[in-house]
Design a protein around this ligand. Structure first.
Ligand SMILES: Cc1cc2nc3c(=O)[nH]c(=O)nc-3n(C[C@H](O)[C@H](O)[C@H](O)COP(=O)(O)OP(=O)(O)OC[C@H]3O[C@@H](n4cnc5c(N)ncnc54)[C@H](O)[C@@H]3O)c2cc1C
Length: 275
């Protein structure tokens, strides 16, 4: 199928894109890399009257390294993280994550902001950025607000973005040298969306421990009791029965092979952090 007809406009700045959204009064959609929205337009699952292209806004493509965090513009592509993160202090672990997203052709165009805004429950960035304690910068007409990445995604394809707002950047705290983190996912074939995914972080200096389950949960979901055990270095976090109990409410509707995959992936993630 081909998309229904739409008007197209390229915005040169974030303010211009916000003004164009307001002018369209609910009838417009932003397009960044088009790697999720493109198929939805083709299948006519999305039928916006106007598309506002934010793919060439210079400020959205910046990566800025601060003392304690790295600010990644929403328009930074997965491929740029794959290629450049290894040489950027505080971003190095993300190269591996980016490399595991889809295929290079998709990574060349797909963006971090587009992935977060699209909010696929099996996507990589929502889970990883929530685990790392990132904050999401959202711009609307005359205002800027910040939301914890863990609170940004509300459910499958639902976020806290309101119409008229743009996800501008993600601020990722730098990990201390003694911090450990792990991210694992299970896909049937390389390049496919994850059937199961989990991530964990333990930073003894900052006394932070987080454990999150991604797919098949409906959104990246924190597992606070496991995080407390992880912070104590407790091997009890690895007990299979206990893990199954913790994730049961999140995976109850998933088919058996995905429930099993979630259990295995979560266990391996925790093992890696506890090593
Ligand atoms: C075959 C295939 C395999 C894939 N595999 C994976 C995978 O393994 N892991 C994974 O994580 N992803 C995967 N993806 C998705 C891919 O990562 C997309 O790049 C990403 O989901 C969307 O980014 P985009 O820039 O292309 O966004 P677009 O398609 O341009 O936009 C997606 C949505 O986000 C909105 N949007 C975009 N940018 C902004 C912004 N700055 N502010 C507010 N709203 C915005 C758009 O309005 C639209 O609703 C896959 C996609 C395909 C087609």
């Amino acid at each position: 199928m081909k998309p229904a007809a739409f008007a197209y406009r390229r915005a040169a700045t974030v303010d211009e894109a916000i003004a164009a959204l307001q002018e369209a009064a609910g009838e417009a959609k932003l397009i960044a890399g088009g790697q999720s929205l493109g198929p939805m337009l083709n299948l006519r699952l999305a039928r916006p009257a106007r598309l506002i292209d934010i793919g060439t806004i210079e400020s959205l493509g910046r990566i800025e390294v601060g003392d304690h965090s790295v600010r990644v513009g929403a328009g930074v592509t997965h491929a740029r993280i794959e290629d450049e993160a290894g040489a950027i202090e505080g971003l190095a672990p993300l190269a591996h994550v980016a490399r595991g997203i889809a295929y290079r052709a998709i990574r060349n165009r797909g963006t971090v902001g587009g992935s977060l805004a699209h909010a696929d429950p099996a996507a990589d960035w929502p889970l990883v950025l929530a685990t790392l304690g990132a904050a999401i910068e959202i711009r609307g007409a005359g205002r800027v607000r910040r939301v914890d990445a863990a609170a940004f995604m509300l459910g499958p394809y639902a976020t806290s973005l309101a119409y008229g707002e743009i996800l501008a950047a993600v601020e990722i705290p730098k990990m201390h040298s003694c911090a450990r983190w792990a991210y694992r996912k299970f896909c049937r074939k390389p390049g496919e969306f994850a059937e199961a995914a989990a991530a964990a972080l333990f930073d003894p200096d900052r006394r932070i421990a987080r454990v999150l389950l991604g797919a098949p949960a409906a959104r990246p979901t924190p597992l606070p009791a496991l995080a407390r055990d992880l912070a104590r270095g407790g091997r009890s976090a690895l007990d299979t029965e206990r893990l199954a109990e913790e994730i049961e409410p999140l995976v109850a509707d998933a088919p058996p092979h995905r429930r099993q995959a979630a259990l295995t992936i979560l266990r391996k993630t925790l093992e890696e952090v506890l090593q």
